[in-house]
Design a protein around this ligand. Structure first.
Ligand code: SF4
Ligand code: SF4
Length: 438
């Protein structure tokens, strides 16, 4: 481990890793009978449905078109018939969202992406194909990848994010072990688009097998950088600082320091779009936690209802718990799911089912633990206070928008203050008061 580099990263916590599924190979999930495909499963404007009730659709057929410069295509994950184009309540978005419901009628009949000759294709043609494939950041951010691949400033460094620092989740780890050759093809496609020489992959030291495998397989192409096992090592700004020493300015983008970061799953999706002509209709996902009977890693169709996932892949909820919670994602940043009708989204790297532990919040005791662990050098206790008092401008002055919502402050707090909850809400209100501007 690079100890000098280790000292460059501030804050963070060490929650129990609980990587219960790290030795479970990724299996292909059976096809669900019904999918519910949200038109809003990316950052930016929702897609516009372009299918009607009663219409037959093929796997990979476009069912939603992007609206505006930051948006994404949405494709049918199965072959079937559209049974509804409707608004549904989404506990992920905290709002009603438009969705296309499709009943599967049989096995996959594919509608593939246009064919490109990778050796001859221009950068613009490759980016257009990534756009047509509906690829978004699969690490959870869901930012449209074709926009990200066209950064506002030139970049000289590509970093692959293989940290997977969130407890419980293991899908990136397994993907690196099982799809190393395919990911490397994706790297070459991104390298051509960006015209970058320096390519790194950051992997936490708790995935030694992946570090060893990729160091061997990728030795002439990509530098493997072992990262300290510390949450939130996989956050973009932390990764960039550790690997390159460059610091993304407050309110800035990685491109401001010449870097672009891509999750390993996203790079695999780029390879599948360009080489196999497959749009993004499935993704890798970990189903985990003590609250579910069977745990594992799965390739699963987007739009599959979580109730189906828990029943058919998880064997149902585990016995013996009075209350359990279902999270889309891991325990640190995952979103609690209010309804099991919620479907798998493009950015959904895991479903974590864990016993509910009700923690009673008390008053802040000014211990400053939250300040010490904040990787963004913020004062979480003060942000929480200002947010709860609705003093949004003052909160913004001390870095409200720099919060990466990692949850380290709430995790460490002896008074169980729920900083992230109040900070998230304050960011939303502050942005809406400013007309959506940063
Ligand atoms: S960790 Fe909790 S109790 Fe300590 S200063 Fe922060 S908010 Fe207050
Ligand atoms: S204030 Fe934000 S960035 Fe800092 S520890 Fe809390 S959630 Fe993480």
């Amino acid at each position: 481990m690079n100890l000098l580099a280790f000292k460059r990263v501030k804050g963070g916590v060490h929650p129990p890793e609980k990587k219960l599924t790290s030795s479970e190979p990724i299996k292909v999930a059976p096809l669900p009978d019904k999918v519910v495909v949200y038109m809003q499963q990316h950052a930016g404007a929702p897609a516009k449905p372009v299918v009607e009730v009663g219409q037959e659709v093929k796997t990979g057929q476009v069912i939603g078109e992007p609206q505006g410069p930051i948006s994404a295509y949405v494709h049918s994950p199965v072959t079937g018939k559209v049974t509804a184009v409707t608004k549904v309540s989404s506990s992920v978005h905290g709002a009603m969202v438009e969705a296309v419901v499709i009943e599967r009628t049989g096995e996959d009949e594919w509608e593939l992406l246009p064919k490109v000759d990778f050796d001859r294709a221009t950068k613009e043609e490759l980016i257009e194909l990534v756009k047509l494939a509906g690829i978004v950041g699969l690490g959870g951010a869901m930012f449209p990848t074709h926009v990200k691949l066209n950064p506002p400033k030139p970049v000289d460094t590509l970093i692959l994010n293989g940290a997977e620092c969130e407890p419980y989740l293991t899908i990136d780890h397994r993907t690196m072990l099982e799809k190393a050759d395919e990911i490397l093809i994706g790297v070459e496609i991104v390298r051509k688009i960006l015209n970058v020489k320096n390519v790194y992959i950051g992997i936490e030291t708790n995935k030694q097998d992946a570090i060893e495998l990729l160091s061997k397989k990728w030795k002439n192409s990509v530098e493997v950088v072992p990262l300290p096992t510390r949450y939130p090592m996989g956050a973009e700004k932390q990764l960039i600082k550790f690997i390159t020493g460059r610091e993304v300015p407050s309110g800035g983008l990685p491109a401001d320091v010449g870097v672009l970061v891509q999750n390993v799953g996203t790079v695999l999706a780029i390879k599948e779009a360009v080489v196999d002509r497959k749009p993004l209709i499935e993704r890798g996902m970990t189903l985990t936690g003590e609250g579910v009977k069977n745990r594992g890693n799965w390739w699963i169709r987007i739009g599959t209802p979580i109730s189906w996932v828990i029943e058919h892949l998880g064997g149902g909820f585990a016995d013996g718990y009075e209350e359990i919670k279902v999270l889309m994602g891991g325990p640190m940043t995952g979103i609690p799911i209010g309804s099991l009708d919620t479907p798998i989204l493009k950015g959904n790297n895991g479903i974590t089912v864990i016993p509910e532990q009700k923690r009673k919040s008390t008053n802040c005791i000014r211990c400053s633990y939250c300040v010490h662990v904040c990787p963004m050098n913020l004062q979480p206790y003060l942000l929480d206070l200002l947010a709860r008092k609705k003093k949004y401008d003052e909160a913004a002055e001390i870095g409200l928008l720099d919060c990466i919502e990692c949850g380290s402050c709430s995790y460490i707090c002896p008074a169980n203050v729920e900083h992230v909850k109040s900070i998230k809400l304050a960011k939303k209100v502050y942005r809406s008061l400013r007309g959506g501007k940063k």
